[in-house]
Structure formats: C-alpha cells, structure tokens
Write a new protein. Sequence first.
Length: 69
Amino acid sequence: MKTKAYLETLKNKSVEELNKELVQAKKELFNLRFQNATNQLDNTARISEVRKNIARIQTVITKAQNAAK
C-alpha cells in the first residue's frame, strides 16, 4: 500500500483501532526478526517497512491524543 493512502486509512481510524493495529505490527516485526535470525526470511526489506509503519501508527496516535486535549 502506498504511504499516503496508508496514512489516510490510519487517520480515519479511532485510537483503539490504531492500538490494535500497532500490536499486530509489533507481532509481525517480532516474527520477521525471528525468521531473519533463523535464515528463513526471503524479503529482508519487509523489516524496515514494518518498523516505519509502526512509527507512522505511533505518530497518528500521538496526534490524535494531542488534538483531544
């Protein structure tokens, strides 16, 4: 998914949905790191992509919390 489209979908979600997606992304990152350590990972670029998505999700959560204040 393209970055701008992904950001728009994140902005349209509630904080609870964003937290659930954040947990899923962190689980995926853990699994990718585990696969990488055991030499089972084919696409190593996916690790950095997931890390960036986690940062994007956290940024949107922070903006939503600051806007609620």
